[in-house]
Structures are given as structure tokens and as C-alpha cells.
Write a protein that binds this ligand. Structure first.
Ligand code: HSE
Length: 437
């Protein structure tokens, strides 16, 4: 029987999960591939710590030098699970130059340096697979590359960061301030300490950029993805959102507008009965809409040793199958054998049209509401509902509004004017509304 040899660089949570899947499901995988898939080497700076997996790798396959993996002529597939940018980039490029197929879970690297890596894979004639980079165990890359490949993707919208979703869920259920929910998430191991890239929207934006690249066949400039995190969300906003019939979620959104594409990550208010409003805790969910298939939904764990190991192994299996079947052509990294002539163009955020929630903190004096609504009217913003509550200790009151559809640039202008009023005591909270259609 043939044997496909794998080398793993990075033996942290995901590396250990990958090894665990490969060893636990050895027989199933052998049958699916038609060959044995064997881990021949594992490189990590720390080769002592027990990773808590049932079958431990033998000491003879462990090394502290990634080059032992990359330059081993017997290894067919290099699996990069170390994370980080510069070293991971260097190792992946070197592995490809050695003719190795590469599997990676490195979303930051693909979102920020994807173009170079995709081109290197094609130049070297090797495969590059990255199912684990988006949505952990959810096979969303496979859905985009194959399952929905007959469709023009019209909407791609998802909860792509489990840490933020866990924090927002705790804030909603327990009425906790952001900082306490973060502390909880860190204590329970759901979040890094501090979880900066999770809560500021960067992690979800990395994942969105990867999905857009596959859906539209060209890598996009990561900086064009608008991102705003959940740091400014308060329990008050969550309560007001509920009064209006919404939940607050951090969503990654891409919408095909024809000539341009919306690409944005930010907190949204989403109707309570929307399917994505009901994705709680550390779960991820992605809603994809295609012109023929209509709406589809993918749900599961977006992180963790086992789910992410499952995704990495799915890539190893499909590369191994190709090798066993001696396929001549490999799936290009972005699943477009002929990339589109026109690269995708991202709509500037200023041009976004959507509805908004505002929470203005203002002194409770006569005429405040009419001054604020006057500014909104001058900027073409029409209010659909208002709630005003009693005074807080500082003598200011929250004035909470929902608007009809308005343009982002006009909203930003109006909020700037409102925040400069003497009667306004704090920065206005602005949350975009999604899913009303
Ligand atoms: N930090 C990510 C999350 C998991 O919280 O969803 C890895 O992509």
C-alpha cells in the first residue's frame, strides 16, 4: 500500500488536534485515501510539553528545526500550524520550492500575504489548501470551492469569531459589561489574554477576505475590508437592541452589488428571529447565498483542537487522494483555473446604505431632541423609532433611535455634529442594522 508522508510545523493546539485526528481515525482515513497517511516529522520549539492527546508522537519524529520537515525528501505534504506572519511565510514558500504540497490554517498570513503565496503555489506546481483558516471545523472553504461552484455568490455573511460571539452572548445573558465578559472568556480558555485581534474585528476580517478571494477568484487588499470591533458595546446597547427586537452580533459581511462588493466587519443589530441572531456562545455560522442555490447556512465550532484538527485533516486527505489517484491537475488555491480578468472592487465604506441605531447621551433639557433630529434631517437621515429613558447619575439621558436606510458618509457627518453639541455628554454609539430584508 502507498504511503503519504506528512510533516507538521507547529505542535500547539491545532497541531496536536491534527495528529489526534490522523491517529484516532487512521483506518477510516486509509480507506478514504487508499494509502496510509503517516506523520513523519513534527517541528516545534517546544517538544517536551504533553499536549494531552491519547496517542503521543514518538520522540524520534519530533524536532525543533522546521527545516528538518521542509527538506525531508520523503515528506509529501507540509502542514504549517505555527501561526504568525514572517516565519510562517518563509517556511511555506521554502516548502513549496521543495515541491511540497502545503496545508495551512494561517488566516492572517493568507489574508495579508495571500497573493504571493497563491502565486508561489502555482509557480511551483503544488497544492495549497486552507480549510481550517475560516470557521474552524465548518467546511466552508469546501462549500465555496466545490459545493456552490455553479453559483454567483451574492451574499456571504457570518459570525466568524467565536471569542467575540462568546463575549456578546455573556453580555446579553448575564447583563455583564464588556470587560467582565472578556475576563470570563479568558478564564474559561475561550480567549487569548488580551484577545485584541478577536474583539477588534481583525480576525473576522481575515476570514472574510479569504472567503471573498475564493468566491470572486482574486486576492483582495486586506486593508480594504472595513473593520470595527465590539469594544464600544455596552449592556445598555444590548438592552435597547432587545427592546427594538434585535440582538447584537459581530458580523462579517460581503455582498455582491454588481460593479462593487461590500466587505465589512462590525457589530450589527440583527432581528431576533434571524437565523444568525440565534448563534450563541463560541459557535460560528456562515450564511451564503448563491444565485441558483438560494440561501444556505453552515454552523459549527470555529476553533478548538478537535474541530480545527478535523478541518486540517480534510485538506491532508484531499491532497493525499489527488496524489494516490495521480491527478495531473491540482485545484488552484482560489479554485479558479482562469482567474477573472477584472479583479473585485470593494465599495468604499462611506457609500454604504443601511439602517442605523444611535445612542446619544445628552442632557435632559428642553429642545435637545429637536436639535438632534434637526441635524439628522439636514443630513438626509430619517428616524424610524425613538426611545428616551430616565436620567442617569450624571444628569444625562440616553436618546436611542433607529433610522431608515441612510448613507454612511451622511451618518458620520451627522454624528460628528451631534457629538459637538454642548448638551451631548459622551460619544454617540452607532450600530449598523442588518437582516431587516
Ligand atoms: N480566535 C478565533 C476565534 C479562533 O475566536 O474564533 C481561531 O480562528
Amino acid at each position: 500500500m502507498k504511503q503519504i508522508n506528512v510533516g507538521i510545523i507547529g505542535f500547539g493546539t491545532v497541531g496536536a488536534g491534527t495528529f489526534e485526528v490522523l491517529t484516532t481515525n487512521r483506518e477510516i482515513i486509509t480507506n478514504r485515501v487508499g494509502a496510509r497517511v503517516v506523520v513523519r516529522k513534527i517541528a516545534d520549539l517546544d517538544i517536551e510539553t504533553d499536549r494531552g492527546i491519547p496517542e503521543k508522537p514518538g520522540a524520534e519524529i519530533m524536532t525543533t528545526d522546521a527545516m528538518d520537515v521542509i527538506s525531508d525528501p520523503e515528506i509529501h505534504v507540509v502542514v504549517e500550524l505555527m501561526g504568525g506572519l514572517e516565519k510562517a511565510r518563509e517556511f511555506i514558500l521554502k516548502a513549496m520550492e521543495q515541491g511540497k504540497h502545503v496545508v495551512t490554517a494561517n488566516k492572517a498570513l493568507l489574508a495579508e500575504f495571500g497573493r504571493e503565496i497563491y502565486q508561489a503555489a502555482e509557480r511551483c506546481g503544488v497544492s495549497l489548501a486552507f480549510e481550517a483558516s475560516v470557521g474552524g471545523g465548518i467546511p466552508i472553504i469546501g462549500a465555496l470551492k466545490t459545493g456552490l461552484s455553479g453559483n454567483r455568490i451574492q451574499t456571504c455573511m457570518g459570525i466568524l469569531n467565536g471569542t467575540s460571539n462568546y463575549i456578546l452572548t455573556q453580555m446579553t445573558r448575564e447583563n455583564l459589561p464588556f470587560e467582565s465578559a472578556v475576563a470570563d472568556a479568558v478564564a474559561l480558555g475561550f480567549a487569548e489574554d488580551p484577545p485584541t485581534l478577536d474583539v477588534d474585528g481583525t480576525d473576522a476580517a481575515h476570514k472574510l477576505a479569504i472567503m471573498i478571494s475564493i468566491a470572486f477568484g482574486s486576492a483582495i487588499d486586506f486593508d480594504q475590508v472595513f473593520r470595527e470591533g465590539i469594544v464600544g458595546i455596552t449592556p445598555d446597547d444590548i438592552r435597547f437592541a432587545q427592546e427594538f427586537g434585535y440582538h447584537i452580533k459581530l458580523l462579517a459581511i460581503a455582498k455582491d452589488l454588481g460593479e462593487q462588493l461590500e466587505a465589512r466587519v462590525h457589530p450589527v443589530m440583527i432581528p431576533k428571529n434571524h437565523i444568525l441572531a440565534n448563534v450563541h456562545d463560541a459557535f460560528n455560522a456562515i450564511f451564503l447565498e448563491g444565485d441558483f442555490v438560494g440561501p444556505t447556512l453552515y454552523y459549527g465550532l470555529g476553533a478548538g483542537r478537535k474541530p480545527t484538527g478535523s478541518a486540517v485533516v480534510s485538506d491532508i486527505i484531499s491532497l493525499a487522494r489527488d496524489m494516490v489517484m495521480e491527478k495531473r491537475g491540482m485545484m488552484p488555491p482560489l479554485a479558479h483555473v482562469r482567474p477573472p480578468e477584472k479583479a473585485v472592487s470593494i465599495q468604499p465604506m462611506d457609500e454604504l446604505m443601511t439602517s442605523y441605531y444611535f445612542r446619544v447621551s445628552a442632557l435632559d433639557t428642553p429642545g435637545v431632541l429637536s436639535t438632534i433630529s434637526g441635524i439628522l434631517a439636514q443630513n438626509g437621515i430619517s428616524i424610524s423609532s425613538v426611545i428616551q429613558k430616565g436620567r442617569d447619575q450624571k444628569g444625562s439621558v440616553p436618546i436611542v433611535m433607529l433610522t431608515h436606510e441612510a448613507r454612511e458618509s451622511q451618518v458620520q457627518r451627522a454624528i460628528h455634529l451631534i457629538d459637538n453639541l454642548d448638551v451631548v455628554t459622551d460619544k454617540t454609539v452607532v450600530i449598523r442594522v442588518e437582516g431587516n430584508d
